[in-house]
Design a protein around this ligand. Structure first.
Ligand code: SDX
Length: 444
């Protein structure tokens, strides 16, 4: 290995500044082209590496590997920047709404008022489920985790809509986008109603996206339901902030599954499953469970020490990020929104919020977290708002999935319409047994 390292010499080609020159141990020389995007780090195109040098790159978890070219979202982890199609998320959070952000992510530009009205009308009229789909909920146990239900029922959409799924047909790609964005809230609410034992509530076409979700979640046939505008506004902002995030784990899963040409509904179901993990979208549920376990500010020190202990698998949920080595801009916006929502809803949950803020202060002043640039991420505060809205912890990642659904669809569309696209199929470093002959059982 040392030999390889001594020989290995990678340097910018002083002549053209657009390639790395690679010299491998046996003296083979080649150039690896450098490509620049609109902004952000350059990439080194290593496509020729195996052919020229017989070696793979090795980057478990893809920490420094670009899997594709994309126009959709840009993140600068050092500066805490997040842009959807070039628009800073802070500006979209201040001036836009989730339906407009859906149009932006899907189409690349902000809509005209007619385009937005037409899109919103289309989404409203795709919120109902095929009645046969409702039978799936009768098969789940009453306490089935809503993420398991969401993944299963979204996967079943590939059975219901298999006919209109010619991925090369732009109309079919549009119908797929509308159905995913419109029907996920209905499926999510149905999963929640199963857990509560209450009857399923049908969507209403006279309501906007967030109002409709709230009434499907919390209305009961026995009495009228009054939608709280603060709750609706808070949800809309949370969906904007969760809508997309470049090549995160669940989005990469959707791209990978879709790259084989699989039915896109099943690719979205795969993305939902990937999001569920506590290292990813499942963290918002894990944060509330962690805060409940900490219980009181007097216990914070003990849990911070646990998080630092390498022999203890406990991590501070809602802290750290693969890309953000500064504040997650979404966490900053959500923290500010916490105040407004808790005040407006006159919620006594402030002890939870106070505990979260104290935990944040203690962690941010601790060298372990500072040295590793571990800051609160999008999941640290979002659960406090969901809880204040009366949404149970088990539904937090489902809410994340509702926001991220448009990002998954936008990336699937970008991947499937790439003329240079190919099936995603990484290689490996093999460390298993060397070739050996079969031994008959009598000889073992
Ligand atoms: C999301 O990718 C995305 O964009 C995701 C997301 C999106 O919008 O799609 O932003 C949403 O998933 C946010 C992240 C939610 N997950 C959590 O909050 C779970 C807790 N966080 C960690 O599991 C962790 O920070 C990750 C998974 C988020 C990031 O892990 P990395 O990039 O693989 O970094 P790492 O695990 O190698 O950590 C580097 C160091 C390690 O210590 P050392 O080996 O250097 O001594 O930091 C430590 C880690 O042990 N560390 C933590 C920690 N996070 C990292 N230590 C304690 N508590 C933590 N939360």
């Amino acid at each position: 290995m040392l030999l390889w390292f001594e020989y290995r010499e990678i340097q910018r080609n002083v002549m053209s500044q657009d390639a790395y020159r690679l010299i491998s141990p046996n003296g083979t020389e080649s150039e690896l082209p450098v490509r620049s995007g609109t902004t952000g780090p350059d990439v080194v195109d290593i496509a020729s590496l195996y052919k020229e040098h017989g070696a793979f790159t090795y980057d478990p978890g893809f920490v420094a590997t670009g899997s594709c070219e994309s126009d959709i979202t840009f993140i600068d982890g050092e500066k805490g920047v997040l842009m959807y199609r070039g628009y800073p998320v802070e500006q979209l959070a201040a001036h836009s709404n989730f339906m407009e952000v859906c149009w932006l992510l899907l189409n690349g530009d902000l809509p005209t008022s007619d385009e937005l009205a037409g899109f919103e009308n289309t989404i409203r009229r795709h919120t109902m489920l095929n009645e046969g789909m409702l039978n799936f909920f009768k098969g789940f146990r009453y306490d089935a985790h809503p993420m398991a239900q969401l993944s299963a029922v979204v996967g079943s959409m590939s059975a219901y809509y298999h006919a209109e799924m010619d991925a090369s047909n732009p109309k079919h790609r549009d119908i797929f986008a509308h159905r995913i964005i419109a029907k996920l809230p209905t499926i999510a609410a149905a999963a929640y109603k199963l857990n509560t034992g209450q009857p399923f509530i049908y969507p209403r076409n006279d309501l906007n996206y967030c109002d409709n979700l709230l009434q499907m979640l919390f209305a009961v046939p026995a009495e009228p339901y009054e939608i709280n505008p603060v709750a609706s506004e808070a949800l809309d902002l949370l969906f904007i902030l969760h809508a997309d995030h470049e090549q995160n784990c669940s989005t990469s899963t959707v791209r990978m599954a879709g790259s084989s040409g699989a039915n896109p509904y099943s690719a979205i179901a795969a993305g939902i499953s990937a999001l569920w993990g506590p290292a990813h979208g499942g963290a918002n549920e894990a944060v509330l469970n962690m805060l409940d376990e900490i219980g009181d500010v007097s216990q914070i020190g003990k849990f911070v020490e646990k998080a630092k202990d390498k022999d203890d698998p406990f991590r501070l949920m809602g802290f750290g990020h693969r890309v953000y080595k500064n504040f997650d801009p979404r966490a900053t916006i959500i923290r500010e929104m916490c105040h407004k929502v808790l005040d407006a809803l006159d919620k006594e949950d402030t002890p939870l919020f106070d505990l979260a803020r104290e935990l944040e202060q203690v962690a941010l002043s601790d060298d372990y977290f500072k040295e590793r640039n571990l800051y609160p991420n999008v999941d640290f505060y979002s659960g406090i708002i969901y809880k204040a809205l009366g949404i149970p912890t088990s539904m937090f990642t489902v809410m994340f999935a509702l926001g991220r659904s448009v990002g998954w669809v936008a990336h699937w569309r970008e991947m499937i319409s790439d003329p240079k696209g190919k099936i995603a199929r990484p290689r490996q470093l093999y460390t298993g047994a060397a070739a050996r002959d079969y031994a008959l059982i009598a000889d073992r």
